[in-house]
Ligand binder design. Structure first.
Ligand SMILES: C[S@@+](CC[C@H](N)C(=O)[O-])C[C@H]1O[C@@H](n2cnc3c(N)ncnc32)[C@H](O)[C@@H]1O
Length: 214
């Protein structure tokens, strides 16, 4: 079992500015741990986490991959999240994390085309008014707009161009995001393989992990 990354360097008040790992984060960590052997067998060269927040997920992924030549790219729309992600890596002796302050894969997709072996996204999934989507602060952690799908739907068309031929995408969703519909969209519109691999109740939320690959 891989220990949860050390986050003791993050102060309580920092969580006013960056998402504090919660049940959704831990479900994504569990999905990666469950696939530990599979991920290691792929010998990933490039991993990308979109919306890295505290950096907890990418740090654990780097521990799973273990290869000192692999590159761990992260993006976040919140610049404080990018700083925190870097610090979390260093706190856990992971020096190969490169945080990028951008939306989704803006500005980096051409360079990453079909090169990402492991892609992760715990998106802003909460159902909110459309107007709340698109901030650069802590609200961006949760505000997902209509059906909580607005940021998620923006990414879906790019997934087939991001993933390498062997690449795996782990996407966290809640019931309100209509995970089964997302599975069908990825299959029917984009010709990808997609399935729900985990689900768990966390209070009032029902959370899912969807795994997508070529
Ligand atoms: C639910 S939090 C997840 C944080 C962390 N990955 C975790 O699991 O604890 C969602 C993250 O996505 C970021 N985010 C929201 N919209 C984004 C976008 N368009 N592009 C990149 N990151 C975004 C937020 O700033 C936040 O850090």
């Amino acid at each position: 079992m891989i220990p949860t990354p050390d986050l003791s360097h993050i102060k309580k008040q920092d969580y006013d500015r960056v998402y504090e790992p919660a049940e959704d984060t831990f479900l994504l960590l569990d999905a990666l741990e469950e696939d530990e052997k599979l991920i290691q067998s792929l010998k990933p060269r490039i991993c990308l986490e979109i919306g890295s927040g505290s950096g907890c997920v990418t740090t654990l992924l780097a521990k799973i991959v273990g290869d000192s030549n692999a590159l761990f790219l992260t993006t976040d729309i919140n610049s404080f999240a990018c700083e925190t992600t870097r610090q979390t890596g260093l706190q856990n002796k992971i020096t190969r994390i490169e945080p990028i302050n951008t939306s989704l894969v803006n500005g980096i997709l051409p360079r990453l085309k079909n090169r990402v072996d492991i892609l992760c996204f715990n998106p802003p999934y909460a159902v909110t008014p459309h107007e709340e989507v698109g901030s650069f602060g802590i609200e961006a952690s949760w505000a997902g707009g209509i059906d909580g799908r607005e940021v998620i739907d923006e990414l879906l068309p790019y997934v087939k161009d991001i993933l390498s031929p062997q690449g795996l995408f782990y996407l966290l969703l809640i019931e309100e995001n209509k995970p089964k519909e997302i599975v069908e969209i990825m299959k029917n519109q984009y010709g990808m393989n997609a399935m729900i691999i985990m689900q768990r109740r966390a209070g009032r939320e029902k959370q899912f992990i969807v795994k997508i690959h070529h």
